[in-house]
Design a protein around this ligand. Structure first.
Ligand code: SF4
Length: 242
């Protein structure tokens, strides 16, 4: 079995506990206006127009695990492990499940970052091999289609499913200036915290515009752009949620 990924990053500290190796899967079912990883969205290999660099390659779960295991001493010392991200890792469900299963057999801590727009069957399949879900909440239901290209119903249903299965979940919430930095959106996030009190945390993910340059290099028309938020703005957002 092989899957398509576009990067493996070692020594990550923002993708779950401890020091982690993050595997970036290619392909995503959403099309977020502000996407910071535009090279992850298509499920096929592509090239940057300026350098000709190819994005995406095939690898087996065993090949990926061999790279991940290089840092197992760092994982053990820091409480880290392997994180699957993307793109949407569960779009390649069988491949992701196999990689997670191998990682657990090797004794690693595993995280899956998901947008939640995936089948419930694959969530059920990976539950025994996933120590933490980093679950994205991008927009309230009335804005979700406009900003991500999909309705939020399946995402919220899957969150409810994982919660009822007692899965460890941390919510990740991108905040985009001029899009979802509104009182209504923060009220929606607060309502989720009340609805799901056992959730392990809610992280605000302030917008950054590093995706713009990559989108231009991919030849995408007029990429979405905002100024990066200031530290004061980010502090205000955190206060709105507390
Ligand atoms: S879910 Fe993530 S990778 Fe997919 S389009 Fe949205 S920001 Fe980009």
């Amino acid at each position: 079995m092989v899957g398509m990924i576009f990067d493996i990053q070692r020594f990550c500290v923002d993708d779950g506990p401890g020091i982690r190796t993050t595997v970036f899967f290619k392909g995503c079912p959403l099309n977020c206006l502000w996407c910071h990883n535009p090279e992850s969205k298509k499920s096929v290999m592509e090239q940057y127009s300026d350098t000709g660099e190819t994005i995406g390659y095939h690898a087996s779960p065993e090949e990926i695990l061999a790279v991940v295991l290089k840092d197992r001493d760092y994982f053990a010392a820091s409480g880290g492990g392997m994180t699957l991200s993307g793109g949407e890792p569960l779009l390649q469900g069988a491949f992701a499940a196999e990689l997670l299963s191998l990682a657990k057999t090797a004794g690693l801590h595993t995280c899956v970052e998901t947008c939640g727009f995936v089948s419930q069957e694959i969530l059920r399949e990976i539950l025994p091999y996933t120590d933490l879900f980093l679950y994205d909440i991008k927009a309230a239901p009335d804005m979700h289609l406009r900003y991500t290209g999909q309705e939020s119903g399946r995402i919220l249903d899957n969150l409810d499913f994982l919660y009822r299965q007692k899965a460890p979940i941390c919510l990740r919430c991108p905040i985009i200036p001029g899009v979802n930095d509104t009182g209504e959106h923060f009220s929606f996030l607060s309502s989720l915290q009340k609805q799901y009190p056992r959730i392990l945390g809610m992280e605000l993910m302030p917008y950054h515009n590093m995706g713009v340059g990559k989108a231009k290099r991919l030849g995408e028309p007029e990429p979405f752009y905002r100024e990066n938020p200031s530290p004061d703005q980010i502090r205000d957002w955190r206060e709105m949620l507390s």
